[in-house]
Design a protein around this ligand. Structure first.
Ligand SMILES: NC(=O)C1=CN([C@@H]2O[C@H](COP(=O)(O)OP(=O)(O)OC[C@H]3O[C@@H](n4cnc5c(N)ncnc54)[C@H](O)[C@@H]3O)[C@@H](O)[C@H]2O)C=CC1
Ligand SMILES: CC(=O)C(=O)O
Ligand SMILES: [Mg+2]
Length: 659
């Protein structure tokens, strides 16, 4: 057990000092005063000044606090202080019972400031923490070891998730240190697949708010609700209306687990500061009968209103968000297909926004496809792709791949002809007889000579594809006969060509087939990527066992870098080129070991490295498209020094938890 001598000297380094991100001059404003505080507990400006002068939180800028109070029209102060950016903000938790004790408890109860057992002796004395935490001082490794031990003793994914969630609510640095250093083990807990189970039960599991919950019933106060967010000036927001959560359907407000999880990955994978991440669920009711019947359900107990009314609400949200947080990039997540396409078209010209399911998924699959084609032995021009699923993800991916082909010089028509999309009614054709959703029309085939192909087997027999992509949210649709037919159609000439098989639906229970099935049914030749992670699979042979490694084809490899790139380049819009570039950057981010292993994505442990490369290239694309609002001199300087200068800029601005 580590021990240390207690010293009475105070440290010059203050925990509240900004660390890795450049200071901002913005201040919290517009908050209401808390008149319920008894007068004995109130602090006047002068007492604040006295506290600040007397105690070691000496970096607090009194002028800025006074300015914040003036703007908020406050005559009493309830715990304003500065965060790491130098921004003034309000403590939600502060009840000043006595100055000396309050300071220590504040440090421990504020998750962004709590350093657990890492507080140095100097900090413990300076912050009046002595006696409030055990004597031992531990580095981050030791504290992570304890947390990992606790996680591993828990039996279910949800129990592990709940432990992690509590940790995040208590000690943000420790949570992110743990997540970053143990990405392979822990990412499936805060993200897919476990987050799917969490969303299904969110209303029962709920213990504390972690997002903004904006209901259509309170649509006139969206701005007020946005301003009520705990931290000032968020830079990235992930918003859903819960209408298509992973492959689990309409979960209503329970879908909020997705924005929370995605933003945890923004921090872990791209170093967006946790204070700058804003998860939002727009509650418009739900079509989910089980939720509507659940007495514990936390959302509006009503069916969704008309599409037009939901759109009006979305219009109001987008306007309010841009007004309250003009710098914030908005990521649309898990909106049901029609809305997903509509909102992207509607807002992308006027706001800084992108759709992760359409554009992020398009980019991540393109990134993996580039590597997969190289491994397959089938030249890219000869590839023929069948997509099972023609929703926001299926169409988004197919369109991104069409762009890839056209950038390689193919005509748009020839590129489009490489794709056969299948949905619940069979091959999507112009003359199928049903009213095709708008987003499917682009890929509707006209070369079917009036014949309608109803099953995937029929489509494979007809198309003879080289690649099969699943985005159906339906487990088991890649049957043994389907996968064997794919293999046969790729390897018809016995040239050792390999099939590309991407069952991409989430969570794991919705994957179109498993990794083990894919390996077995293709005799180990498959090039495989799934949306949620599968384990490696070892086949025992008469000689020595052969282990096959799956890839995870999930938009987590691009959305954090797209968001970070858009933020750091101060982009006024998220352009198609920024999205496209993210795919190319991802494809180029594998290291030699990964290439040698036959992977098509970097190992998930390296997602942070990949995100930084993606962010850098997205920034450059923003500049090329004329949407970066960084000063021209800055870009000229980077041009002289090249990528290392830009990398340095990015690295200096990202969050790296220190304990
Ligand atoms: N790996 C990744 O990064 C991503 C994975 N996804 C996953 O993709 C899935 C689909 O998402 P969306 O396109 O947004 O959903 P969606 O509901 O818009 O589309 C689903 C499509 O699949 C079709 N479909 C459903 N069952 C089918 C069946 N048995 N046979 C043939 N077609 C069938 C539907 O007709 C529809 O065209 C979800 O599970 C989602 O989690 C989505 C985004 C990213
Ligand atoms: C990964 C993701 O965005 C989805 O499954 O919806
Ligand atoms: Mg999604």
């Amino acid at each position: 057990m580590a021990s240390y001598p207690l010293s009475t000297s105070t440290s010059s380094s203050d925990i509240s000092t900004p660390r890795s991100i450049s200071p901002s001059s913005s201040v919290a404003s517009g908050r209401s005063s808390h008149s319920s505080i008894s007068s004995s507990k109130r602090m006047s400006i002068s007492s604040t000044r006295r506290i600040s002068a007397a105690n070691p939180m000496s970096s607090v800028d009194i002028t800025a606090i006074e300015e914040a109070m003036r703007m908020a029209n406050l005559d009493t102060l309830r715990g304003y202080s500065q965060n790491r950016y130098g921004e003034v903000r309000q403590y939600a938790t502060t009840e000043y019972i006595s100055q000396s004790q309050a300071l220590g408890y504040q440090m421990l109860s504020e998750p962004m400031w709590n350093k657990g057992l890492s507080f140095t002796p100097e900090q413990r004395v300076a912050k009046n923490l002595t006696g409030l935490i055990p004597h031992v001082m531990e580095d981050s490794d030791k504290q992570c070891e304890r947390a990992l031990k606790m996680i591993r003793t828990r039996q279910t994914g949800i129990d592990k998730y709940l432990y992690l969630s509590t940790l995040k609510a208590e000690n943000v640095d420790l949570f992110y240190r743990l997540l970053i250093d143990n990405a392979k083990e822990l990412m499936p807990l805060v993200y897919t697949p476990t987050i799917g189970d969490v969303c299904l039960q969110y209303s029962t599991l709920y213990t504390r708010p972690e997002a903004l919950y904006i209901s259509i019933k309170q649509r006139k106060s969206i701005k007020t609700m946005l301003k009520n967010w705990r931290y000032p000036n968020p830079e990235i927001c992930v918003v859903t209306d819960g209408s298509r959560i992973l492959g689990l359907g309409d979960l209503g407000v329970n879908g909020v687990g997705i924005p929370i999880g995605k933003l945890a990955l923004y921090t872990a994978a791209a170093g967006i500061h946790p204070e700058k991440a804003l998860p939002i669920v727009l509650d418009c009711g739900t079509a989910n009968e089980a939720n509507l019947r659940d007495p514990l359900y936390l959302g509006l107990r009503s069916k969704r209103p008309s599409v037009a009314e939901q759109q009006e609400f979305m219009d109001e949200f987008m306007q309010a968000a841009a007004e309250v947080y003009p710098e914030m990039v908005v990521q649309f997540e898990d909106f049901e297909s029609e809305k997903a396409f509509n909102y992207l078209d509607r807002y992308r010209g006027g706001y800084k926004c992108f759709n992760d399911d359409i554009q992020g998924t398009g980019a991540v699959v393109l990134g993996g496809y580039i590597g997969a084609v190289n491994l397959s032995g089938v030249p890219v021009e000869e590839q023929r792709l069948v997509f099972m699923g023609a929703g926001s993800a299926g169409v988004g991916v197919a369109k991104q791949l069409v762009e890839y082909y056209t950038k390689r010089g193919m005509t748009e028509q020839a590129a489009r002809d490489k794709f056969w999309l299948v949905d619940t009614k069979g091959l999507v054709t112009r003359d199928r007889g049903d009213k095709l959703a708008e987003h499917k029309k682009y890929f509707a085939r006209t070369d079917n000579s009036g014949h309608q192909f109803r099953t995937l087997e029929e489509v494979i027999e007809y198309v003879k594809p080289t690649a099969l992509v699943g985005l159906t949210a339906t487990h088991g649709v890649f049957t043994e006969s389907v996968v064997r037919a794919l293999k046969a159609s790729v390897d018809a000439g016995g040239l050792g060509r390999r099939p590309i098989l991407f069952p991409l639906s989430n969570p794991l229970t919705k994957a179109e087939c498993t990794f083990e099935q894919a390996v077995t049914w293709t005799d180990g030749t498959v090039i495989f990527a799934s949306g949620s992670p599968f384990s490696s699979f070892t086949v025992k042979t008469s000689e020595q066992p052969v282990t096959y490694h799956p890839n995870q084809g999930n938009n987590v490899y691009v959305f954090p870098g797209i968001g970070l790139g858009a933020i750091l380049s101060k982009s006024s819009r998220v352009t198609d080129n920024m999205i496209y570039t993210s795919a190319a950057a991802l494809a180029g981010s594998l290291n030699a070991e990964e290439v040698q292993k036959g992977l098509i994505y970097p190992r998930i442990e390296r997602v942070r490295d990949a995100s930084l490369i993606v962010a850098r290239e997205v920034m450059k694309a923003a500049r090329r498209d004329g949407v970066s609002q960084l000063p021209e001199e800055q870009w000229l300087e980077w041009e002289e020094w090249g990528d290392p200068a830009l990398d340095k800029y990015i690295k200096a601005r990202i969050y790296d938890p220190e304990l």
